[in-house]
Design a protein around this ligand. Sequence first.
Ligand code: NI
Length: 174
Amino acid sequence: MAEQEILKMGNPILREIAEPIKEFNTPELSQLIEDMKDTMIANDGVGLAAIQIGILKRVIIFGFEESPRYPQSPAIPMTVLINPSFKSLETESETGWEGCLSIPGMRGLVPRFKKIQYSGYDFLGKKITREVSDFHARVFQHELDHLDGLLYIDKIENYANFGFTQELESANAY
Ligand code: NI
């Protein structure tokens, strides 16, 4: 149970596809989830995928009460999702600013489905299904992408809306 090193963009592991979890309620899975929580919290993250600490398994975590990284965003309950999937409940997507602990100091404007239903399993293998929208839906889609080797920068439509957080802040870009 300890904070792990977060892989940064350029590390080829971040471009690999993670494998589904087949066995639930195991000591290895428990350890992985604890490590992910410790790592996410230590870095003020709002979400983390196992692949970001070098583990190629389909496990994501997300949630926060208040985020210094996203101060205007409403709280999301702390969630562990194993083998996650989703469907969009609307064809509409909306753009919003995203960052990533694997791409420190930068932000980009990324389109995501606005309203989705996601599913996955908890540590014991019990199914979780939720309908969510806005930032909660965005965080989920961002973390799920990690499991398929995708980063938010792959989905930016206009690279004028990508840059260093400090510069974007001084320009009042968001
Ligand atoms: Ni990320």
